[in-house]
Design a protein. Structure first.
Length: 213
């Protein structure tokens, strides 16, 4: 990255981390994917029950495969041969897990996490249930305010995920959300996580690379 752009990016990351801490979320900075993997691993203990939310970031950064190799009880929603019933049970078991690892669709410089969800299992578990929530997000997901966060969700995250999942929704064809009534719609719940009463339950690792949608 150009050194001047890198300078601006570092300012944005620093401000975002400061405001996450003010909102009682523990913030971390990872310069590389390898460092991010080490941070995630350091937040887990042997024998922990660990679940994940649907996330391209976790695949791109190798977190899914890493979890399969760790000494943890991984509730692997992506395991080959899983039936809809098994996946549904994993969603429910997540609420009593030691840790949920996921990403966020947007992080504001004001220190908020903003997410969009179809079934709601990911955002529900981020709000309540697992003892610890570990959020890994690329710096590309940082936006100034909640207004820009919603724009990002509607113009980037939702259309990209709908395309990835081979859904037949208007955004796949237009590239932006039209607040459709499609039966395959994946943007049903819009959730803002701001100040947390349970201090440091949520750990946010900001990766200084582009990752996920």
């Amino acid at each position: 990255m150009d050194q001047h752009l890198e300078h601006i990016t570092q300012i944005k990351i620093k401000k975002t981390m400061e405001n996450l801490e003010k909102n009682q979320m523990k913030a971390y900075y990872a310069k590389s994917i390898t460092q991010a993997q080490m941070m995630v691993q350091s937040l887990l203990e042997d024998g922990d029950t660990v679940s994940v939310g649907g996330s391209m970031t976790l695949f791109e950064t190798g977190i899914i495969n890493m979890l399969r190799d760790l000494d943890v009880h991984f509730l692997d929603r992506y395991k080959e041969g899983n039936t809809p019933e098994i996946i549904g049970q994993i969603y429910r078991d997540t609420f009593s897990a030691d840790a949920l690892i996921c990403s966020s669709n947007a992080i504001t410089m004001e220190g908020d996490l903003y997410n969009i969800d179809g079934n709601g299992n990911r955002v529900a578990a981020m709000i309540f249930g697992p003892k610890k929530v570990i959020v890994l997000a690329g710096a590309n997901k940082i936006v100034p305010t909640m207004k820009e966060a919603e724009i990002r969700l509607r113009q980037i995250a939702a259309p990209a995920n709908a395309t990835r999942l081979n859904l037949n929704t208007p955004c796949v064809h237009t590239g932006e959300c039209s607040d459709c009534k499609s039966p395959e719609r994946i943007c049903s719940s819009f959730v803002k996580l701001s100040y947390q009463r349970n201090k440091d339950r949520i750990h946010v690792i900001i990766l200084d690379e582009r990752a996920g949608y």
